[in-house]
Design a protein around this ligand. Structure first.
Ligand code: DAH
Length: 344
């Protein structure tokens, strides 16, 4: 029996399991209910009393050795040390991890900001929940004027002090806040989300994004407006893109215009996007109405300014030929994944 035990001791000393499976086989072999140690104890019962005195100690020490060996490897494997270089094939290719992509609207917003930054425009933001003054009255929308209905407003509540509280229908409200809180000159663009009570379809949504622009200083003219927007379009859609201005109406600008660009898709020869005309409208603009300047505490006899506002979705559609607005807010990974960009 002593010899057998000695043999097992050397076996255990030489044992270095590489996995928890190997350790489990070892446990069953030596420490299991039908294992070697159990057998040895059974055999121990049959030996003479004299032998028992010597063997008892040997057997107990052997059992302790077997258990300690098991315990130390068990702890090692549980702590994750199992992946030693001998079991880990370093030549296998790694698992790739996916980098997310920017949302197309974020990409285009960023691009617009970068272009205007080069012309010295700052970026400003304002609240999405607005009062009547900032969204309408200060912008020269008379009360009960039908122009208010043009923008289907989501009203939130009536407020005795501030008039109606609503989700802003355009980013022009940020112009007002900027002028009220500062002193000219102002040269900023104001990106943000706006809301309108429209039925959702491929062409309309109840929320979308705009970028507002404002430049107020002494002697700002319509020529400055035209040159600024011309530069912007060349940068965004490439040199040679044509622009044209059509007279329009906005309560907060006088004169007002809408700006078209030669269709970025067919380059002016006529396609579905421009409905065959070769031109697509991209923004509204004009000279800030003196009433708006005065409403915001700015001396309209000294200062003039221009403003413009564009929809980011529209600009993005023209750039990437996206035909359904709903794609922008559905979070479909198959759609979003297509917009990898160099400007991360
Ligand atoms: N606020 C207008 C809209 O939502 C866009 C706009 C037009 C902004 C002309 C302007 C502007 O600043 O001058 O339709």
């Amino acid at each position: 029996m002593q010899d057998k035990i000695n043999q097992y001791i050397s076996e255990i000393n030489a044992f270095t399991p590489a996995s928890s499976e190997e350790l489990e086989t070892y446990r069953i072999k030596f420490l299991g209910t039908k294992g070697i140690i159990k057998d040895l104890f059974d055999e121990f019962k049959t030996v003479s009393a004299e032998e028992k005195r010597v063997l008892g100690k040997v057997l107990n020490e052997f059992k302790k050795l077997a258990e300690e060996k098991h315990q130390s490897y068990k702890e090692q494997f549980e702590s994750g040390a199992e992946l030693t270089s001998s079991t880990f094939d370093l030549t296998l290719p790694g698992e790739g991890f996916e980098i997310g992509s920017r949302h197309p609207l974020s990409l285009v917003r960023k691009e617009i900001i970068e272009i205007f930054k080069k012309l010295g425009f700052n970026v400003a933001e304002g609240p999405e929940i607005e009062d009547d003054w900032h969204n309408f009255s200060a912008l020269n929308f008379p009360e009960e004027h039908p122009a208010r209905d043009m923008q289907d407003t989501f009203f939130i509540k009536k407020d005795a002090e501030n008039g109606d509280i609503a989700l802003r229908t355009h980013t022009s409200s940020v112009q007002v806040r900027m002028m009220e809180n500062g002193k000219p000159p102002f040269r900023a663009i104001m990106p943000g989300r706006v809301y309108r009570n429209e039925a959702i379809s491929a062409r309309a949504h109840c929320f979308f994004h705009q970028v507002e622009g404002l430049y107020v200083d002494e002697n700002v003219s319509f020529a400055d407006l035209k040159q600024t927007l011309f530069y912007f379009v060349q940068e965004l859609y490439g040199e040679g893109t044509k622009v044209r201005f059509r007279p329009s109406y906005f309560p907060f600008t006088e004169p007002s215009a809408e700006m078209d660009i030669s269709c970025s898709i067919c380059k002016g020869s006529g396609c579905q996007m421009c409905k065959g005309s070769g031109w697509v409208e991209i923004l509204g603009c004009g000279m800030v109405d003196p009433n708006v300047l005065e409403n915001c505490g700015i001396d309209s006899s000294k200062y003039t300014g221009f403003a413009f506002g564009m929809g980011i979705e529209r600009i993005t559609n023209l750039k990437y030929q996206i035909k359904d607005l709903r794609l922008f807010s559905e979070n479909d990974i198959r759609f979003l994944k297509q917009f990898q960009s160099e400007i991360l």
